[in-house]
Write a protein that binds this ligand. Structure first.
Ligand code: ADP
Ligand code: MG
Length: 416
């Protein structure tokens, strides 16, 4: 059980450039986070954004360039990894192939030396203590391995070698190796990436259950936003070494602080439209317009007439409607994904774009979750409308949210 405090943590890698001279590459910039005991924190972001580097600094496998790391109130920047009471599980779980499951799980315990204070008396009769290192007893190791195996439901595989296990079972053994050590903090770096989709989703639930059972602090790294949303009590969204937003999954989904977070969290991805905002009227690049109601206008920061903004719409906030609806748009159906329980419509608000898909700035592509019984075909032109109270608005220049409620959450990279 442990709380952690990361204060202004920075990591700069020094790499040797081919042209000579060392280059400095910032990998993590001004990372601040207070983690409470027993939290399940998820670091999420695209590949290369600094998730593993942050985790490795917490584990002590990587030096902290500047900043302070506290575990349970103790500054641990210079504490050896083995003395941090932390266990880490990696994507490549690297079990010892020649050892059976039991031996794999017992290995680190056998190697571990436990310090014991022994009292001695010198020849003048004065007492003093020396620290001796004792190995863990066979019985104690046995008890720990068996109890971890029970938690993970792998008792029947203890005699098998890793080669005779499925991917999911191997990943459980890797977790078992961490559990036997009774760590204060569990660090998991993309532990499910090597598993197939079905197993991954099953293991997600297992790890969440494990967290509840062990009542320990978990820090979990993933690039998969579904894992982040479903597992984390709080998630930390990162980009280019900078924290973008920290919060409960649902809060971040509903109140993304900037366009990046809005686009990264949620599937299908949020649709974005480049717009001009004029006295409460949003005009899209094709001239279509949307009048923002007073309740929306009073919840956003003051804007100047003619301000360039991004309008963001989640797929569940787009509906098929009738053309009488005052904020309806015409939409060209380009692709329909029938998933059974729902259908994902990929369309374009630019009716001239029948087959060419425009990307980037002036894209008018839209994704909508519609009823599986809608009975549409590719090429149809339909009327759609947006849930106006669920729209997202971002300043086009800074890409930060325009909602007043989100202003306090704006962290990370401010100026380029
Ligand atoms: P993530 O885990 O989010 O994919 P990493 O933390 O592994 O990202 O990497 C962050 C950045 O630091 C990347 O640009 C990566 O190339 C760089 N980096 C990681 N490890 C090293 C290293 N040992 N030496 C130099 N650069 C590194
Ligand atoms: Mg990584």
């Amino acid at each position: 059980m442990a709380s952690l405090s990361l204060r202004h943590i920075n990591k700069v890698y020094k790499t040797d450039s081919k042209k000579g001279g060392a280059k400095e590459k910032p990998a993590v910039c001004d990372f601040n986070l207070e983690i409470e005991d027993k939290e399940f924190i998820v670091f999420v972001g695209p590949s290369g954004c600094g998730k593993s580097t942050t985790l490795r600094m917490i584990a002590g496998l990587e030096d902290i360039t500047s900043g302070e790391l506290y575990i349970d109130g103790r500054l641990v920047n210079d504490v050896e990894p083995k003395d941090r009471d932390i266990a880490m599980v990696f994507q490549n779980y690297a079990l010892y192939p020649h050892m059976n499951v039991y031996a794999n799980m017992a290995f680190s315990l056998k190697m571990r030396k436990i310090p014991v204070e022994v009292e001695k008396t010198d020849k003048n009769g004065n007492k003093y203590t020396v620290t001796k290192y004792k190995k863990m007893s066979k019985e104690e190791i046995d008890q720990k391995v068996k109890s971890a195996a029970k938690i993970l439901d792998i008792e029947e595989y203890l005699k098998r070698k890793p080669g005779a296990l499925s991917g999911g079972q191997r990943q459980r053994v890797a977790l078992g190796r961490a559990i036997v050590r009774d760590p204060k903090v569990f660090l998991l770096d993309e532990p499910l990436s090597n598993l197939d989709a079905k197993l991954r989703s099953a293991m997600r639930t297992e790890i969440t259950k494990l967290h509840k059972k062990l009542e320990t602090t978990f820090i979990y790294v993933t690039h998969d936003q579904v894992e982040a949303m479903t597992m984390g009590t709080r998630i930390v969204v990162m980009k280019d070494g900078y924290v973008q937003q920290i919060g409960k999954p649902k809060y971040i989904y509903d109140h993304p602080v900037n366009k990046f977070v809005a686009g990264f969290i949620g599937t299908p991805q949020m649709s974005f439209f480049s717009c001009t905002l004029n006295g409460g009227k949003l005009t899209l690049s094709n001239g279509a317009a949307l009048e923002l109601p007073q309740e929306v206008l009073s919840s956003i920061v003051a804007t100047e007439d003619g301000m360039e903004v991004w309008l963001g719409v989640r797929s569940e906030n787009v509906h098929l409607t009738t053309k009488d609806d005052k904020c309806s748009f015409k939409c060209n159906v380009q692709l329909l994904e029938e998933l059974g329980s729902e259908t994902i419509l990929y369309g374009n608000l630019d009716l001239n774009e029948t087959d060419k898909v425009v990307d980037g700035e002036n894209s008018l592509k839209i994704v909508a979750k519609i009823s599986p019984n809608a009975n549409l075909s590719v090429g149809d032109v339909v009327d759609i409308s947006f849930d106006i109270e669920s729209l997202h608005l971002f300043d086009k220049q800074s890409e930060n949210s325009l909602y007043i409620a989100s202003q306090g959450d704006i962290v990370g990279r401010k100026e380029e």
